[in-house]
Design a protein around this ligand. Structure first.
Ligand SMILES: Cc1ncc(COP(=O)(O)O)c(C=O)c1O
Length: 340
């Protein structure tokens, strides 16, 4: 099977497993795992942030970000396609007692025109708007990246309105690959950043929250409270470090392959794609003649897996287990389906 359902399905390679076996570990709840400690410092440094906290998942990392930036009763602003709003089981309202207010952005991105006049909290009866939550790249938005100018504008707006910024950078590696924005810039615009090593980078587990020393110390307590304190977790951090060092450079091939397949869809009669929004490894396309489920079934019969993303929308996500040979097969299958 050619599995394009997600970039989370990759399995650790032998080299990654070897790196894990070499890791020097200790009890991380005591703060004594040297692999974790070094890795946290390294990633925080990369983004120009003071500190990092290695956690089991992007969901935990996002939720810790929300937790350390807010008080119960606060409101966070997010695009309606945002992961925190759609795919984190309502955790922000349960764990942080905040209200998540969605805005209708474009391809999962917010902008200052939308954000204008959204801040509330002048009166006792209003929620207090506290955080602007961004996602880069946007998952449900089709892997789209923010430009530097867009981010700078949002940061200027946030500062003027005294709002904080959380960045869900589950796929920030893809965004950096595509836009060539230097990592430190993200550290300048965001108060908390969540990055994942288990998406396109291919580690089996792990994400990291980046922020100030004070906020990370607070997040560390909540990670323990939420059951995320781990012991000899350097084994996993070593896999994440290996992924960062060796697999980040491969993302450009994922982007190229997604665009190659996108072109076949663009050229077909019964499938449609917006090539302007096809920027990274996530390919969202529409079915014109028949429901998405039907096209997915046909692809499945040809040995290809994709997932529905709406009644007429399909998502294909590229990752390092997909080869150029696989791409040829996928292009052929889509050409047949798209013109039949
Ligand atoms: C944009 C985004 N944020 C956060 C997450 C959550 O990551 P995890 O599955 O590790 O909890 C995902 C997962 O795919 C994601 O796409």
């Amino acid at each position: 099977m050619i599995d394009l359902r997600s970039d989370t399905i990759t399995r650790p390679t032998q080299e990654m497993l070897d790196a894990m076996m070499r890791a020097k570990v200790g009890d991380d709840v005591f703060g004594e795992d040297e692999t974790v400690n070094k890795f946290q410092d390294k990633v925080a440094g990369l983004f120009g942030m003071e500190a990092g906290l290695y956690v089991p998942s992007g969901t935990m990392s996002n939720q810790l970000g929300v937790k350390v930036l807010t008080e119960p009763g606060d409101e966070i602003l997010i695009d309606e396609k945002g992961h925190i709003f759609n795919y984190e089981t309502g955790a922000a309202s349960v764990l942080s007692g905040v209200q998540v207010r969605t805005l209708p952005g474009k391809n999962g991105k917010l902008n200052t025109t939308l954000l204008e006049h959204t801040k509330r909290g002048h009166f006792d009866w209003e929620p207090r708007t506290r955080v602007i939550s961004l996602e880069n790249t946007t998952n449900k938005g089709g892997g789209v990246c923010y430009t530097k100018e867009e981010l700078r504008e949002i940061k200027t707006f946030a500062d003027a309105e005294n709002l904080l910024v959380h960045l869900d950078g589950a796929r920030i590696w893809n965004a950096i690959t595509e836009t060539e924005i230097e990592p430190e810039f993200f550290g300048e615009i965001a108060d908390t950043i969540s990055v994942c090593f288990s998406k396109g980078l291919g580690a089996p587990v792990g994400s990291m929250l980046l922020s100030s020393k004070e906020r990370i110390a607070k997040a560390r307590r909540y990670r323990k409270m939420w059951g995320g304190g781990m012991r000899q977790v350097g084994l996993l951090a070593a896999a994440a470090d290996y992924a960062l060092e060796n697999n980040w450079a491969k993302l450009k091939d994922d982007h190229r392959r997604a665009k190659e397949v996108g072109q076949v869809i663009f050229d077909s009669k019964f499938l449609a794609v917006d090539m302007n929004t096809l920027q990274t490894n996530i390919l969202l396309f529409d079915t014109v003649k028949e429901p998405a489920e039907k096209v997915i079934e046909k692809l499945h019969q040809k040995g290809i897996q994709m997932i529905p993303f709406g009644p007429n929308t399909i998502r294909a996500t590229f990752h390092f287990e997909i080869t150029d040979e696989d791409v040829k097969v996928v292009k052929q299958a889509l050409a047949e389906i798209g013109d039949a």
